[in-house]
Design a protein around this ligand. Structure first.
Ligand code: ZN
Length: 204
């Protein structure tokens, strides 16, 4: 595998590790799909985690604005799934720090650990394992901006857009692979349901 893994390299790793699964899946919001992706299954293996995060860091380093900011750069993840990616990217870039936000309870807002504070104009790259709905990354972006941080880019291992993925406007978006699954708004519109294919309910 080269230093910058190709789309085919990434898909092969995801399939071999069980992270990318073909079948019939129902998401918590009722949407049905023929593919399901759970990147942490691939990140269990250190060498794969390293290959993917180093690849992502190379895409970021190619952006002159980001490259110039590396010594002050924060790599921030919105959830545990993004943490191995965030640490790998930070190590490869030699960026300043990694931190993350989390929820105290399912319905509560994202927040940082106590005493984690942003400096005025702090340059930030948002990192996660996957961009699917974009809801958590949007909440994270708003939280950081409300605290005066400067978001330079969004970097994910896999971009898996759905018909309802939120837009990040002109913010640069970096990813190693883009996966276009088939989505159905609900069971009533699902071709797989019509064919009687057994459905797996997924948590995320
Ligand atoms: Zn279905």
């Amino acid at each position: 595998m080269h230093l910058l893994p190709t789309q085919e390299d990434v898909v092969r790793v995801l399939r071999e590790t069980g992270a990318l699964r073909h079948g019939h899946f129902e998401y918590p919001d009722g949407m049905h799909s023929n593919e399901y992706l759970q990147v942490p299954l691939a990140m269990r293996y250190y060498q794969h985690a390293r290959t993917l995060s180093v690849g992502l860091s190379r895409l970021l380093r190619a952006n002159p604005e980001i490259r110039a900011m590396i010594p002050e750069l924060s790599i921030v993840a919105p959830a545990t799934g993004g943490l191995p990616v965030a640490y790998g990217v930070c190590e490869a870039l030699r960026a300043r720090q990694v931190y993350w936000a989390e929820r105290n309870d399912e319905s509560g807002p994202l927040r940082f650990r106590q005493f984690v504070e942003q400096s005025p104009g702090e340059p930030v790259v948002l990192v996660d394992d996957i961009l699917r709905s974009g809801s958590k990354l949007t909440e994270m972006k708003q939280l950081l901006e409300s605290k005066g941080a400067l978001i330079l880019a969004l970097a994910v291992v896999v971009h898996q857009p759905t018909p309802t993925t939120l837009s990040f406007g002109s913010l640069p978006l970096y990813y190693l692979a883009r996966l276009d699954a088939r989505y159905y708004a609900d069971a009533g519109h699902c071709e797989l349901c019509k064919k009687g294919v057994p459905v797996d309910r997924v948590w995320i």
